[in-house]
Write a protein that binds this ligand. Structure first.
Ligand code: NAD
Length: 489
């Protein structure tokens, strides 16, 4: 074919582009067969262990320790020694250097951590790469900046570290939750024993390598792995403070356990956030915000916008745009860079989602799921929308912690506020409108710790995060996030 013929070739423009996978290589991660607990800068051989798996394939990834009471106590004593013998007396500017180092190493090794986070947790690599890793590093950078300025941050209050902080985290943002906990604790001069969630211990164990690389003094950060039994042992141990992120049920049990002990406590618990769309909102952007609000990280997000409140006059266009958009979401291999919705974190979580979705259908809500082919192995759930939802339904009241949206409607701002606040939780909310005054008035009336306007699920280390009522108490992030790690005169 000559050049001229090629230009005149009238081959039809393809109406549909074939999808080509773009898998991230997992070669960059080298896992050991077996991990112990990280205590005093060394690996402690665990007495008991279990397999951690890849939820997208159900393949085992490594064997990790199930910490016994004695192992947890040893970690706490080690952290105490490290606190008393050097760390608490170190000038803030020296502590800051370690935090900066950790932040920089996380940036350097971010691809490795992102792949591991997706392998062990099931989240899309696009999210681990673009959200979890940059935010984790940003947290260490941010708190490094405060370490030598505590006297200025809390003038005339003589801030002092507490001692050993016991920290217990969930599986939805394993490395990011670790960063939220460890960075402020170290900046304030405490030492740490952290327990990651049982299904996602691997990024915390790889982080021990970062601690060694940064030459953090042994015993300043200790990591013990295992399920709730290890968490309960940490709560009972001789720590000065417990920082817990997880379910409301376990949070309440911890609060009961600590009552009267004088130990400090912060609880970051569940949520059932309202995402409120007014009729003057930019609809296409709002639909993107709805999708980001509930399908980000498979809906395994405590602040997920799981209750959509749409003003009645725009109900039809919003729902039809939303359904169309749902059809374009790609569910599947978490390591594929095209994937929008990855694997559900565990069989147990999948069972919980399925049970609540069944209850929604039985109670009379209308279910919509786009056509979607799911992989044969692993734990998966199709992005789901429920319409015709009454406020009393379980799917409108209980946290599903999965890719399931419940849609309700309202006519007036008063009705929106009433419905949004009709929940035992109070972690977050979203408001979509073009009127600044309406944003401000809604923000004052919605009972939630975080309120996003014309956006959703945005995080920044300088911005405090936390809830009211059954969503817990205490704040993480920002200056507020330092206070629970300090004593004052
Ligand atoms: P979970 O409460 O079962 O587990 C959280 C952590 O607590 C895990 O490490 C677990 O091993 C440990 N644990 C379990 N039982 C314990 C006990 N008796 N004593 C001490 N520790 C114990 O919660 P989950 O299912 O892993 O996480 C999902 C929940 O976490 C959701 O409800 C979600 O909303 C919440 N969450 C909240 C935030 C927030 O910042 N508010 C962030 C992420 C997740």
């Amino acid at each position: 074919m000559t050049e001229l013929e090629r230009k005149q070739d009238r081959a039809p423009i393809p109406s549909r582009w074939e999808y080509a996978t773009a898998p991230e290589s997992r070669e960059i991660v080298s896992l050991r067969e077996r991990y112990g607990h990280f205590v005093g800068g060394e690996w402690l051989e665990p007495a008991e262990s279990y397999q951690t798996i890849d939820p997208a394939s159900e393949e085992p990834l490594a064997e990790v320790g199930q910490a016994t009471d004695e192992e947890v106590q040893l970690a706490v004593r080690t952290a105490q020694d490290a606190f008393e013998n050097g760390w608490s007396a170190l000038p803030g500017s020296e502590r800051a250097k370690y935090l900066y180092r950790i932040a920089r190493i996380l940036q350097e090794r971010s691809r490795e951590f992102a792949v591991l986070e997706s392998l062990n947790g099931g989240k899309p690599i696009r999210e681990s790469r673009d959200v979890d890793l940059p935010l984790s590093a940003a947290h260490f950078f941010y708190y490094a900046g405060w370490a030598d300025k505590l006297e200025y941050a809390f003038p005339n209050r003589k801030p002092r570290p507490l001692g050993v902080a016991g920290q217990i985290i969930p599986w939805n943002f394993p490395l990011l939750m670790l960063a939220w906990k460890i960075a402020p604790a170290l900046a304030a001069g405490n030492t740490v024993v952290l327990k990651p969630a049982e299904t996602t211990p691997l990024s915390a164990l790889l982080f021990c390598d970062v601690l060694r690389q940064a030459e953090l003094p042994p015993g300043v950060v200790n990591i013990v792995t295992g399920d709730g039994r290890a968490g309960a042992a940490l709560v009972k141990s001789d720590v000065a403070k417990i920082a817990f992120t997880g379910s409301t049920e376990v949070g309440k049990a911890i609060q009961r356990e600590l009552a009267g002990t004088g130990k400090k406590l912060t609880l970051e618990l569940g949520g059932k956030a309202a995402n409120v769309i007014f009729d003057d909102a930019a609809l296409d952007q709002a639909v993107e915000g709805i999708v980001n609000g509930i399908y980000f990280n498979q809906g395994h997000v405590c602040c997920a916008g799981s209750r959509l409140l749409v003003q009645e006059s725009i109900y039809e266009p919003v729902i039809s745009k939303l359904k169309r958009r749902l059809g374009t979401l790609r569910v599947g291999d978490p390591l594929d860079k095209n994937t929008d919705v990855g694997a559900i974190n565990s069989r147990q979580q999948l069972d919980k989602i399925q049970e609540l979705v069944r209850s929604g259908e039985e109670e009379g809500a209308e279910i919509y799921q786009p056509p979607c082919r799911l992989p044969e192995k692993g734990y998966w759930f199709v992005p789901t929308v429920f319409t015709n939802v009454a406020q009393s339904y379980r799917i409108a009241q209980e946290e599903i912690f999965g890719p399931v949206l419940s849609v309700l409607t309202f006519r007036t701002p008063d009705e929106a506020v009433e419905k949004a606040n009709n929940t035992p939780y109070g972690l977050s909310a979203g408001v979509w409108t073009e009127k600044g005054s309406r944003i401000l008035s809604m923000a004052q009336r919605l009972r939630a710790g975080v309120i996003w306007a014309n956006t959703y699920n945005r995080f920044d280390p300088s911005s405090p995060f936390g809830g009211y009522r059954e969503s817990g108490f205490g704040r993480e992030g920002g200056l507020h996030g330092l206070e629970p790690y300090l004593d004052f005169e």
